[in-house]
Ligand binder design. Sequence first.
Ligand code: FE2
Length: 240
Amino acid sequence: MPEFKEALDFPRPCDHLTEIPTAFWAQFPFVSLDPAFDFQKVIDVLQERIGFMPLAQFRYAPEWSRDYLVNAHWALYCDNYLEGFHIPFVHPGLNQALDYDAYDTEVFEYCNLQIGIGDAATECFDLPEGHVDYGKRVAGYYFWVFPNMMFNFYPWGLSVNIVKPMSIKQCKVRFIMYVYDESKMEQSAGADLDKVEREDEFVVENVQRGIQSRFYQTGRFSPKREPCVHHFHRLLAQYL
Ligand SMILES: [Fe+2]
């Protein structure tokens, strides 16, 4: 700071510019004004599964990115994202590309992972030898990070979803797309994300109406299809 030579006891620690906690994964910065947990724990999980992808070549694609306004509480949107139950009923197109019985989940400390297994016609990851999923036909890695972020990796790139609460009955979902190989998009499980999103909105908005019924009760979780929803609710209970 110029012209401060005569100032006594300057600078004190509180005179410095504010430093915002930031973590980096490849070229992506993650910022939090008040971190509730160490984000490196999430990065380590992402790196183990996705580190083989050419992240440096991922290009932000505004032409594919867009926002959706959903008339539902943000946590209901996350609930729906976190379970595989609804795929055959709500997403018949997507279900054709995925092997529903091979659907798998993995729960970590502050994030979880749903693994989509593709059929013979679906574009799958070219996993390197030694990868934890080597030998599987993985079509999509669906990472959710507590409380409201999703990182969906496909053989063509990445779709980031940020679920922003707007009111108790409305949220805005931002789809931020990063593409590195557009040629793989058409045969991918992430081929028509806009259609899948609208199908999800339809059911989530109906759940918003349904939970307002006087007959609505909480329910149990399916151990096979809903460990990720259960994980979300445990973290919510812990932080609330
Ligand atoms: Fe869905």
